[in-house]
Each structure stands twice: as C-alpha cells, then as structure tokens.
Design a protein around this ligand. Structure first.
Ligand SMILES: Cc1cc2nc3c(=O)[nH]c(=O)nc-3n(C[C@H](O)[C@H](O)[C@H](O)COP(=O)(O)O)c2cc1C
Ligand code: SF4
Length: 450
C-alpha cells in the first residue's frame, strides 16, 4: 500500500496507537457553563474516531474554571465529571481510537473572561498585559503556582479514573506554561524566571506532580512550541528559539514524559498556527464579542472591520508567515527535537497530503502527525488515504474560517465553496447537535438557591 507507514501502529511507553494520525485539539463551545461535558461533545469527538484516526487529543480542557479561555469548554476540575468523561472515552474507544485529554490553563491568554475571571486580573508568570487582546494579568505568587501544580495533577488523576488513555500538557501556543517558558514573556526574578531552567521549573514541577499522583504507567505527553516567534506585535521580544525547545524536550523526557507534540508560536492564534489565511471580514463578525472584555478589543475590532485599517493588521500578521510552508510548517523544529530525544515525537501544522506525512515519518523527522482543520473538512481523511488517494477531493483550503467563527458560532467548516450551498454547510455544522437529550423535570429541592 502507498504511504503504508501512516497505517502502522505507534508505540509509546504506556500506549499503543493504531496508526500515525492524531486528531489535534480543536476547541469548540459544546459544553455546559459549569464545565460538564455534553452529548454534543461526545458526538463531535466520535466523528473523528469513526473516521479512522488513531487517537484523539481532546480540545483544551481547563484544570480550573479560572483557566478557561471562554465558557462552554468541558473542564476537568471536578470529580463529578469523571463518569461524563468516561462516557466520552467509551464512545471513542468503540471505534478503536485512543483518547488523550489536553490539560490546560489559559493564564493571561483568554478570549472571554466569563464570570470566573470577571472582576480580577488573570494569573500569569508576569504582570505585563497580554499584547494581542490586551488582557490584564498579575504574576502568580509561589502559593498560587503550587496550587496550579496540584490542579494539573488532580486533572491527570481524574482523566485516568475516567479510563482515558493519557494526558497532554498544553505547554505551547501562549497559554500558562508558555507564559513561564518563554523568554519573551516571563520577566520574573525569582526561581521561576530568568535562565531557561528556572522558566521550565513550573512545567517540570507539574510533570513530577502528575507522576507522583498517577504513577509511571499512565501516558503523559507534552505539547511544545518549537520556536516562539513572540514578536507578532512590534516591541515584543522574539522569545524562545529551537535550541530552548530542544533542551525543554530533553528535560521533559528525563522527568518521565512519554511523547512530545511539536507546534509553533507563543500565542493562539499566531501567524504560523494555524497556518494559512486569516479572514478579517469574518473575524470582525465574531470578534465584536470581545470589545468590552479585553483592553485592545476595540482597537483590534476596528482593524478587522474597516477596509482602510485592514492593511495594518494584514502587514503585522502576514509578515511572519514569509518563507514558511503551510503543510508541515513545524517539521524542521520536529526534526531537531526528535534528534534530541528517544520518546516518540508528533508534529502539527497543515498536514493533508499522505505522501508528505509518510515521507516525514520515513525520513525520521517525526513519528506521527496531529491534524485539526483537514479533519474538520474531511472527518474520514484517514480512510480517504487508505483508499489510495493522496488528498481529498474537497480539501481543507486553510482559510481559517472555522477558527474565526469558533468563539461565537458552532465549530465546523465554514468554507462555503466546499459545499453545494449555504444550507448544506449549516446542516453539516449542526449535525452533531441532532441528539435526543435525556431531559428531566427537576425536583423542587435544589432549584431555589440563594
Ligand atoms: C478552531 C480551532 C481550535 C483549536 N483549539 C486548540 C486547542 O484547544 N488546543 C490546541 O493545542 N490547539 C488547538 N488548535 C490548534 C490545532 O490543534 C492545530 O495544532 C493547528 O490548527 C494546526 O494544525 P492543522 O493545520 O492541522 O489545523 C485549534 C485549531 C483550530 C482551527
Ligand atoms: S473552514 Fe474548512 S476549509 Fe477553512 S480552514 Fe477550516 S476546515 Fe479548512
């Protein structure tokens, strides 16, 4: 079979995945305000499992309510959610796929603060305002860092109790771990700031705490940015280079991590992640929700909304993309990290062509790939490749319309050219909501809270 390596199993220390394709995390507001996962999420994740991926890496799962980016994402901050996550795991397992929960904390990089972050500054490594959306924050003290370490360990324990197959620490793309790791963001002067080994301390403490809580037998992988490219906004420092990421990966391996997942960029979104276009007109239609909640919300909205101002943002954003491919945007970083560690390395960013993926694995650049948008566009991409095709007939165009719709509208593919008409697009996006919920009449006790 052409590109056969894609369909061969990948063995981690504690986990075997049936092929080399991971569904990368894709957040969407499918869940309840209190963080409990819903049937809609189960339907969403099951689509990809049924489509043949080896493993699903969950969407961003906050370990604390204050760590949410936006309301409506399932969390793992309560023991009561364990049976709900177990159901989700069961649904994914029914298709032979594994389920890895992405443990996350936003720190200062959040979209809509929600009631848990409303009247306080977000926690971070720093007190510097987040430069893209302008979210105010304050540097965590040591007790708060220790508390966050415990929240991650508790999250990993709940994932294991739910029978899930492992956890991934979201230490890429600008969230709390990046805020500690990045030399462009972390300006602390205590033992959590300064040289790389200090900036990596929080991440390594979390890994250690997870190992103490769940032992060595539970799969633990870390998502790392290969290069920060933190200077998206003028005046910001470039941040970590690949040599930093290589060293962090080595430390993670020594601390007991079973796999590294390579990404790019010290923010989300970032010009290199997800790579491709950035549709400003459509972004303005969903970004208006952020005008009142973020310091730079109005400034950004005006740049997205008005044709005269759009070239300013276009220049800022697109200048960093120059010279970078869309498909395999982080392959070079993956190659350098893979050369430095023995645990398997997977990489994300633009993958859609079977021979590109097989070629990278055969060349020893990575052991597998994590895909988000091409799987939103074609949930059965793995089966398409298995039939011998290089690419799907209606490929993902990397337009990023799914991304810019996500804060306000249901997650799905919004590239209308891929559908016969608008109604078909809406029907396809809404298909995961066609459930028969188990509705109950609530008892009087418990309704009348004060
Ligand atoms: C709508 C959307 C939501 C995403 N949510 C997450 C997330 O919760 N956690 C994460 O690590 N990456 C997230 N990503 C990034 C993807 O996992 C992936 O790494 C990135 O899009 C590049 O891969 P792709 O080119 O295959 O889409 C998201 C991407 C999109 C488009
Ligand atoms: S909207 Fe559709 S075509 Fe565009 S990037 Fe997202 S999945 Fe791909």
């Amino acid at each position: 079979m052409a590109n056969e390596v894609i369909f061969t199993p990948l063995k981690f220390r504690n986990l075997e995945v049936k092929n080399r394709i991971f569904r990368s995390s894709i957040s969407g507001r499918f869940d309840n305000e209190d963080g409990s996962p819903t049937q809609t999420r189960i339907n969403w994740e099951s689509k990809f499992a049924a489509g043949g991926v080896g493993a699903i890496i969950s969407s961003y799962v906050p370990v604390a309510m204050e760590g949410r980016i936006i309301a409506g994402y399932a969390t793992v901050h309560r023991d009561e959610w364990i049976p709900l996550w177990a159901k989700l795991g069961e649904a994914v397992h029914a298709h032979g796929a594994k389920f890895i929960m992405q443990l996350s904390h936003s720190g200062r990089q959040l979209d809509l603060p929600g009631i848990h972050n409303k009247n306080r500054k977000a926690l971070s490594s720093t007190s510097k305002t987040e430069p893209i959306n302008g979210i105010a924050c304050r540097a965590m003290d040591k007790a708060e860092i220790a508390h966050a370490v415990r929240q991650f360990a508790d999250g990993a324990w709940r994932a294991r109790e739910a029978g899930l197959d492992g956890v991934e620490l979201h230490s890429a793309n600008g969230y709390l771990f990046t805020q500690f790791l990045s030399s462009g963001i972390n300006d602390r002067t205590d033992e959590y700031g300064g040289p790389l080994e200090n900036r990596a301390r929080f991440l390594l403490e979390v890994i250690d705490a997870i190992r103490q809580r769940v032992g060595r037998d539970f799969h633990l992988q870390v998502k790392l940015g290969g290069v920060d490219h933190n200077n998206v906004i003028f005046g910001e420092k470039p941040g970590n280079m690949i040599s930093d990421a290589v060293q962090i990966a080595r430390w993670c391996e020594a601390a007991g991590v079973d796999g590294i997942h390579v990404s790019s960029g010290s923010s989300f979104p970032h010009p290199l992640n997800p790579p491709g276009d950035f549709p400003l007109d459509m972004l303005a239609q969903s970004y208006d929700a952020m005008i009142s909640s973020s310091g730079h919300g109005l400034r950004n909205y005006l740049m997205f909304r008005y044709k005269l101002l759009q070239p300013i943002f276009h220049y800022i954003w697109f200048r960093l993309k120059k010279g970078h491919p869309v498909e395999g945007v982080s392959l070079d970083e993956a190659r350098q990290i893979k050369a430095a560690v023995r645990v398997p390395v997977i990489v994300t960013g633009g993958f859609q062509t079977a021979s590109v993926i097989a070629g990278a694995i055969d060349a020893g650049v990575c052991d597998g790939v994590a895909i988000a948008r091409s799987l939103i566009a074609n949930n059965d991409l793995v089966e398409i490749w298995r039939s011998g095709a290089e690419r799907p007939d209606r490929p993902c165009t990397y337009c990023n319309k799914c991304l810019v719709n996500a804060p306000k509208n249901p997650l799905g593919c919004y590239e209308q050219d891929r559908y016969p008409d608008y109604e078909t697009m809406v029907r396809t996006i809404m298909s995961i909501y066609s459930t028969h919920a188990d509705l109950k009449v609530p008892a009087r006790d418990g309704l009348l809270t004060r």
